[in-house]
Design a protein around this ligand. Structure first.
Ligand SMILES: Cc1cc2nc3c(=O)[nH]c(=O)nc-3n(C[C@H](O)[C@H](O)[C@H](O)COP(=O)(O)O)c2cc1C
Length: 212
């Protein structure tokens, strides 16, 4: 089936994209408003897009309805230029979904989900204490395109619980983290527990030896 995107609605396009660009990592973002009130929400339009400097990108849609109203997270990041991305594990999945409820601005979703915060090292926005890892970020730019805001952030500090770090690299013991990913938008997620398989990369010289 071919979908000509000039002929389908934005919602249908969304349904197709989230079913195909999957699994997606989930950025569980903590941010604060100008009055200092904490906010948390998950975003799966998310990835790292640069290493030197370390850059992540997050896509935040505007809220539906009359006028252009950015989600609280996008507004907070624009106003304070700081945020924290917390890693979501199986154990935190239910709490993460609770923080996606469209509470009015000023409501602390973490209180409702029963989650505590811990101070960050560089930015003033706290991280989620129960998350096994968090990325402290500063906003580089927010690019408004149609009804979306693409937030580019520079990662300025990374917390990882000691048990998940192999100091040799350092590497993240990703197989033990049990992070989850988002699939389609119908409440579909994937586990990463017991799901890894490995294919070592080879060099051209090694490939030539194996394929004379
Ligand atoms: C797993 C998950 C991933 C989500 N990803 C996105 C996303 O990438 N972009 C987006 O705009 N909303 C996304 N949402 C919806 C927001 O989390 C939701 O609109 C939330 O209420 C925004 O909160 P805020 O207004 O406090 O920022 C996602 C929801 C869930 C449960």
């Amino acid at each position: 089936m071919l979908f000509d995107l000039s002929k389908v609605t934005a919602h249908q396009t969304y349904n197709l994209l989230i079913g195909l660009v999957a699994p997606r990592p989930i950025a569980w973002i903590t941010s604060v408003d100008l009055a200092g009130k904490l906010n948390a929400a998950p975003f799966s339009a998310y990835n790292y897009v640069g290493v030197d400097p370390p850059i992540i990108a997050v896509g935040v849609g505007n809220r539906p309805g009359p006028g252009v109203v950015g989600k609280d997270t996008a507004q907070n990041i624009r106003n304070t230029r700081e945020f924290v991305i917390n890693v979501v594990t199986e154990a935190l999945a239910e709490a993460m979904v609770t923080t996606a409820i469209d509470f009015p601005p000023g409501v602390n979703e973490l209180d409702i989900a029963g989650l505590k915060t811990a101070p960050s090292a560089v930015v003033s926005v706290p991280r989620i204490a129960a998350a096994p890892a968090s990325l402290e970020c500063r906003e580089i730019a927010t690019i408004e395109i149609g009804n979306s805001r693409v937030i580019l952030g520079q990662v300025v500090a990374i917390h990882v619980n000691d048990e998940f770090i192999d100091p040799a690299g350092p590497y993240v013991r990703a197989e033990e983290l049990h992070a989850i990913g988002r699939m389609n938008g119908l409440g579909g997620y994937v586990r990463t527990r017991d799901a890894f398989f490995h294919i070592p990369r080879t060099t051209y010289a090694e490939w030539l030896r194996a394929n004379p």
